[in-house]
Design a binder for this molecule. Sequence first.
Ligand code: NAD
Length: 253
Amino acid sequence: MVTGSTSGIGLAIARRMAEAGYPVMLHGLASASEGSALVEEFQERYRVKCGFSSADISSEEGCIQLVADSREALGHPAVLVNNAGVQFTAPAHEFPADQWQRILSINLSSAFFLSRELLPDMRESGWGRIINISSVHGLVASENKAAYCAAKHGLIGLTKVLALENADCGVTVNAICPGWVETPLIQPQIERIAQEESVDLDQARTRLIGAKQPLAKPTKPDAIGSLVHFLCGEHAATITGASMPVDGGWTAQ
Ligand code: NAD
């Protein structure tokens, strides 16, 4: 089950896993017809069973709904990728309360509620993988991202606790911490720089990425998909509780 897999990194993860033969539960804020089109495309292209849910996971009920949809479509999910996430930027002293709540609930609480729902089956079957898509902002801070940094740091804390609690039963829990990945999530930040600094979108993208990443190239979403696939494989069986930067050297500084 890959949350937020109708777009960006989540879609790339879902594609990589389907390509490797895993049945995939697709999920995200898309219409029923967009969801069915995606399921059809996946089933035709990758020849694996797929399902889709548009549950809004900003609430506990929404998370429970996603788990129910998933069990109905595919049975018990043995791999959970907590990827869905949103962004909003403003200085903390101007940060709207509703944006704070929205980011904390989607980027952090959903990972807790979904893990809580799926862990009993993973523990009982003796195998499971939980992979949390955190961010460099789970390891270091940037201004104007109070809620996002708080949620992503929290997600790393949750990763460590779940890794310890489930170390005895074949379930590993890890976090991936990407730097800039070119997806719709970062588009508003590119557009803001273009407007504020009167440059075109390409220049704005280079400025945004180069300001933090020594290796001033965005990571391709597929690279995150391949790392998720590796974490599900035999050679990653003893990797647990880790937070892995994929950040062009950002956190090496
Ligand atoms: P995106 O905007 O392309 O996709 C976000 C996905 O989350 C979509 O499928 C959307 O439908 C889903 N979603 C959002 N709110 C939801 C809700 N309430 N209920 C259900 N689904 C919801 O984003 P992305 O760039 O692919 O980001 C994916 C993850 O990677 C996020 O957690 C993000 O914080 C993290 N990340 C992204 C970058 C980057 O540079 N793009 C860097 C580091 C970490």
